[in-house]
Design a protein around this ligand. Structure first.
Ligand code: BES
Ligand code: MN
Ligand code: ZN
Length: 494
């Protein structure tokens, strides 16, 4: 699905399908009215029929017989402007309705609906991301692949006046982000017997070839040489060899400090000896969505040729039980030298991350952001709307929050003060890997905080946002939009 803009009189132009907004039961915007007039008031008559509900996300589709072959009328709710949620619901519904038609191209007027505190650039960017999100299919593992491509293939955004230059750039960046999102979704959706640590490493190598990146993949022996005792402890139970993937993109001068993104890459989390219960365990194939998101972000940033330096680090392994597996009570020495008492082998994400975060030091980073499906507790705290954001830095936290809002991929800041560190005390080692039930997502972040004192750092817990469960099960590609926008903003600011 390709997006472009036009400023020529859209009411007369030919198109397979027009996406027309309806606000408060009335056509919204002068272009919608012009299309109505060019079709002898057909749209107004359709609205009078009462078949389109006022509730945001309701749609009514029909054929016309003029230059515009079909129309999707999309309700944005009541009032003079749409709320952000209503606007997103309506845009997604409009693209879903359009995909039911066989039209190759569409003309969109959906951005003519005002949204509180959101400008045109936001509406184009978010519309392009939503359109691509709705169009996404994962059919690699089906023997009979749906032959038909996602429709519409081309979407033209009808703008009332010129000024399309910066908006075209906005759409170009949105396409790069959407390609990154698709990569993250594909990796997340692949089953764990295909998407192994080796598969992730091969994917990184392929990205490096396509986008001219530097790629390094460390194996078990190299991890041993670096004394990555925590990462190796998680890998012990698995027959799959662990990897530490490092991808580097240089879009700015070599002396500019890079942004470093670290993604949790547990390709399957059984819990290890602290075995998880059986129901829904299949969803633990998504436990590498942090890794997928940083690889997707790398793809987006490199494709957009952003003027910034970016390093992506992915510690990746399975977490399995087995005769050689780490046991509750085992004590390991991390790359930093700190010792960890592993009281629960299911708290493995923080173990692979602490060694990767120690490794990140060598890049003298401007900022480090780690991304992980880290805790069930974060899902309890925030549900499936916002990712959890933890950072000792108010500036970095504000940057990430703003980036999220600009692409409708939001995060919510959680506390991280030292009072919670108490819960991680161990009688035998420097730190325990669990802090009990209270504030589970915070104590997990506190564990990571102990390894990130030497640079500016933030942690995103995406346990509730990285995938959807139920009948619509699948990876969301989040937080690729947030991360990419954050990197773009840093590139633009420099
Ligand atoms: N990958 C899980 C977290 C998770 C669980 C994400 C369910 C999404 C849905 C993580 O490795 C884990 O098992 N965390 C434990 C930590 C606990 C043992 C302290 C958890 O959240 O239960
Ligand atoms: Mn776990
Ligand atoms: Zn996990």
């Amino acid at each position: 699905m390709q997006f472009s803009t036009t400023t020529s009189a859209p009411a007369r132009s030919r198109t397979g399908c027009a996406l027309v907004p309806v606000l408060d039961g009335k056509l919204c915007g002068s272009t919608a009215q012009a299309i109505d007039e060019a079709n002898d008031g057909r749209l107004t008559r359709l609205l009078k029929s009462g078949d389109l509900k006022k509730k945001a996300g309701s749609t009514l589709s029909t054929h016309l017989d003029g230059a515009i072959a079909r129309v999707v009328l999309a309700s944005f709710g009541e009032g003079k402007q749409a709320s952000e949620k209503d606007w997103l619901d309506a845009v997604r519904a409009a693209y879903k309705a359009a995909s039911a038609f066989s039209a190759d191209d569409a003309l969109s007027l959906l951005h003519d609906v005002p949204v509180a505190e959101r400008d045109l650039a936001w509406k184009l960017r978010v519309q392009a991301l939503a359109g691509r999100d709705v169009a996404y299919r994962f059919e690699q593992m089906k023997s009979e692949r749906e032959p038909k491509p996602a429709r519409p293939k081309r979407v033209t955004i009808a703008l009332e006046r010129a000024g399309a230059g910066p908006l075209a750039r906005e759409l170009e960046r949105a396409r790069a982000i959407a390609n990154g999102v698709d990569l993250a979704k594909d990796l997340g959706n692949l089953p764990a017997n295909v998407c192994t640590p080796t598969y992730l490493a091969d994917t990184a190598r392929k990205l490096a070839r396509e986008f001219d990146l530097k790629c390094e993949v460390l194996d078990e022996r190299q991890m041993q040489a670096l004394k990555m005792g925590a990462l190796l402890a998680v890998a012990r139970g698995s027959a799959q060899p662990p990897k530490l993937i490092v991808l580097r993109y240089q879009g700015a001068g070599a002396r500019r400090a890079p942004i470093v993104l670290v993604g949790k890459g547990i390709t399957f989390d059984t819990g290890g000896i602290s075995l998880k219960p059986a129901p829904e365990m299949d969803e633990m194939k998504f436990d590498m969505c942090g890794a997928a998101s940083v690889l997707g972000t790398m793809r987006a940033v490199a494709e957009a040729k952003a003027k910034v330096n970016l390093v992506v680090i992915v510690p990746t392994t399975e977490n399995m039980p087995g005769g050689r597996a780490t046991k509750p009570g085992d004590i390991v020495t991390t790359m930093s030298g700190k010792t960890v008492e592993i009281l629960n082998t299911d708290a493995e994400g923080r173990l692979i991350l602490c060694d990767a975060l120690e490794y990140a030091k060598r890049f003298s980073p401007a900022a480090v952001v780690d991304v992980a499906t880290l805790t069930g507790a974060c899902v309890i705290a925030l549900g499936h709307h916002h990712s959890g954001l933890f950072s000792p830095s108010d500036e970095l936290a504000a940057e990430l929050q703003a980036a999220g809002r600009e692409v409708a991929d939001t995060c919510w800041r959680m506390p991280l003060d030292d009072v919670y560190q108490e819960q991680l005390k161990s009688p035998f080692a420097d730190v325990a890997n669990i802090g009990g039930r209270p504030a589970g997502s915070i104590t997990a972040a506190c564990f990571l905080a102990r390894f990130t004192k030497d640079y500016t750092w933030a942690h995103l817990d995406i346990a509730g946002t990285a995938w959807r469960s139920g009948t619509n099960k699948g990876a969301s590609g989040r937080p690729v939009p947030l991360l990419t926008r954050f990197v773009f903003a840093r590139a633009d600011a420099a």
